[in-house]
Design a binder for this molecule. Structure first.
Ligand SMILES: Nc1ncnc2c1ncn2[C@@H]1O[C@H](COP(=O)(O)OP(=O)(O)OP(=O)(O)O)[C@@H](O)[C@H]1O
Ligand SMILES: Nc1ncnc2c1ncn2[C@@H]1O[C@H](COP(=O)(O)OP(=O)(O)OP(=O)(O)O)[C@@H](O)[C@H]1O
Length: 570
């Protein structure tokens, strides 16, 4: 047993604005040098636990603590945020809320200044850190000119240099492209091993985190710890499923095939798992299922013809991109951080104007239409919900667009209520938005666009911060809309989402389109995966390890089968 570094004892927290506590009976000891993953459904209290650990609660988020929290053996009850920051370094869920400097270099330097590093040393260290997170070309760029994932990388870089014993990451992968996510996980692992720091990670993307070993997984639900186990032990239970947390895809495939998952077969990673007799079961399952899922769409929807764009005249961000998405299609746009995906959506919505090329909707050119003209037909849900929300109450936020369009009060009420129900927000309709978790806020922004009933819906990372139940609800809801003829375009770094929900994907790298194919073909193509910072799927690896001659087909059958299973849940 190592020395305890974090000790929550009978710990509870109640936000001042809430009637009931958000955390109850937390008894959790984390030892020096441990790496612990905290998972749980949206709104279960994970970020609150993180805020209690880094002192934001109760210092910034006011509330009452019961029980005790000790760090390094000492009670921290009276510490302020600054004192706590010397013990715990944090990457928050919304990186925008923690930038201090104006440029990338200044922001990284700020973390070093806290440690009184000498000026000369500082420049070297800033270079080194920026290199670590692959941002060395951006040291003079303003934070505001960075893409969402680039901001996340800077935030990661900042905390990695903090001279603290505990590193706390709240959804570190949310905006990172899959390859950078993998890199970040390796980096966290390396720093932990080299410096013996204690690492606490909160993340919905369990499979991605388990790319590198974690010592323990803590499952939180409704403010309590419901399970504290090693990954191998946990994956052998149904706790993840029971608590709306997504299991790794290869585990799901093995379960579909009827294989028994035990800790002994080391299920924590696709490379560690022993398949034994599961191989035969997988083959039998594969042969027993077959679907022909794809239907063809032909009506013209959204078309881009040779579109180019630059923010600054010397650097082209989008280069000669053309594609055509039929009415009623559901397509992913994927690619590296900073590749130009969000910029493309800004061009489609009219927030920016192409320097060359045309954009058409339903066969008609809209290149010169105003944002307002497009807004009734094209809805856009942005990456960061805090960039979209302008109202105090949930109902008002969702009703806002309808009000602007002069819809009657009765109709507004009906449409807003219906949308809130669909988005799982109805119980909160009279709440202030400030009292929602990040995942809940994200759903508010989706609701505020859906209520407008757009023809084309563009969603930038629609499921970031969502637990599996809400993820599935949102995605199945989008599929329903899609079946009604709404064209859906998703910008995502979630390879599961792309595989499972969008038959087709467009890949952008350095502002150019480098592929336009089925999601399965793309995620099994090494060259494209590497060029666009994507990540191979564990299903493909499972199929190879189980000896399938056509692993692509195995992946496709899993996807089709899984889709059918999910449909029957509805
Ligand atoms: N600032 C706040 N003021 C009042 N209540 C809050 C505040 N932040 C969170 N809560 C309450 O705590 C609950 C849990 O929120 P928290 O952010 O800890 O959840 P989470 O598990 O991190 O969720 P997610 O995965 O969606 O980020 C919320 O449903 C809300 O009731
Ligand atoms: N307002 C701006 N001014 C100048 N450059 C910008 C601006 N916004 C974005 N950029 C640059 O344009 C490039 C593309 O950014 P964009 O946000 O489209 O990327 P992305 O593919 O959506 O990335 P991510 O996956 O990280 O969200 C990036 O290199 C970014 O630094």
């Amino acid at each position: 047993m190592g020395k305890p570094i974090i000790e929550f004892e009978n710990f509870g927290f109640k936000y001042r604005s809430q009637v009931n506590p958000t955390l109850y009976d937390i008894n959790l000891t984390i030892e020096e040098g441990e790496k612990v993953l905290i998972v749980g459904p949206s709104g279960s209290g994970k970020s609150t636990l993180a805020h209690c650990l880094n002192g934001l609660a109760p210092n910034s988020y006011k509330g009452d603590i019961t029980g005790s929290l000790k760090i390094k053996g000492e009670s921290v009850a009276t510490q302020d945020v600054f004192e706590r920051s010397k013990l715990v370094g944090t990457v928050l869920q919304d990186p925008d809320s923690q930038f201090i400097g104006l440029t990338v270099g200044e922001d990284i330097a700020f973390s070093l200044e806290n440690d009184c590093t000498s000026q000369a040393n500082m420049l070297d260290r800033v270079e080194e850190v920026s290199h670590m997170v692959d941002m060395e070309g951006y040291l003079d760029s303003s934070i505001h000119q960075l893409s969402g994932g680039q901001r996340q990388r800077v935030a990661l870089g900042g905390v990695m240099v903090d001279d603290v014993d505990i590193l706390l990451f709240d959804e570190p992968l949310a905006n990172l492209d899959p390859a950078t996510g993998k890199h970040a996980i390796s980096l966290i692992d390396r720093i932990k091993k080299e410096t013996n720091k204690t690492v606490v990670i909160i993340e919905h993307r369990l499979e991605d985190i388990l790319y590198r070993t974690v010592d323990r997984i803590i499952v939180v639900n409704e403010g309590r710890i419901v399970k504290d186990a090693t990954p191998n032990q946990l994956l052998a239970t149904s706790v993840l499923d029971d608590n709306s947390i997504r299991e790794p895809l290869y585990i799901k495939a093995l379960k579909y095939a009827g294989c028994e998952i035990t800790p002994e077969i080391q299920p924590e990673n696709i490379n560690s798992i022993q398949l034994y007799s599961c191989k035969n079961q997988l083959v039998e399952w594969f042969e027993s299922v077959n679907f022909d899922a794809n239907s063809k769409h032909v009506e013209p929807g959204l078309e881009l013809k040779n579109v180019s764009f630059s923010y600054q005249s010397d650097q082209e961000i989008i280069s000669n991109v053309s594609f055509s998405i039929s009415k009623g299609e559901m397509v992913s746009i994927v690619g590296k951080n900073g590749a130009g995906k969000s910029t493309l959506s800004k061009l489609i919505c009219g927030f920016e104007k192409p320097s060359a090329g045309k954009i058409l909707l339903g066969g008609e050119e809209i290149t010169n239409n105003t944002i307002k003209e497009r807004a009734s037909k094209i809805g856009m849900v942005m990456q960061n919900p805090n960039h979209m929300i302008s109202k105090h109450l949930i109902f008002d936020e969702v009703a806002f667009g309808l009000k602007l369009n002069g819809i009657t009060e009765d109709e507004i009420k009906e449409r807003v209520e219906k949308t809130l129900k669909l988005c799982g927000l109805h119980p909160f309709r009279n709440w202030p938005i400030s009292a929602l978790s990040f995942g809940q806020k994200k759903r508010v922004t989706i609701a505020s666009i859906l209520v407008m009933e757009p023809e084309v819906l563009i969603l930038d990372e629609p499921t970031a911060g969502q637990d599996f139940r809400h993820y599935t609800e949102i995605m199945e809801f989008l599929i329903e809309l899609n079946h009604l003829g709404v064209t859906i375009i998703m910008i995502t770094h979630d390879m599961h989402l792309m595989l499972e929900y969008t038959p087709r994907a467009i890949v952008i790298a350095n502002g150019e389109k480098i592929a336009d194919d089925t999601a399965v073909n793309i995620l099994t193509d090494e060259v494209i995966i590497s060029k666009a910072n994507l990540k191979e799927t564990s299903l493909f690896e499972l199929a190879i390890r189980a000896g399938f001659k056509n692993p692509r087909e195995f992946v496709q059958r899993f996807i089709d089968y899984d889709r059918e299973v999910r449909r029957t849940w509805q």
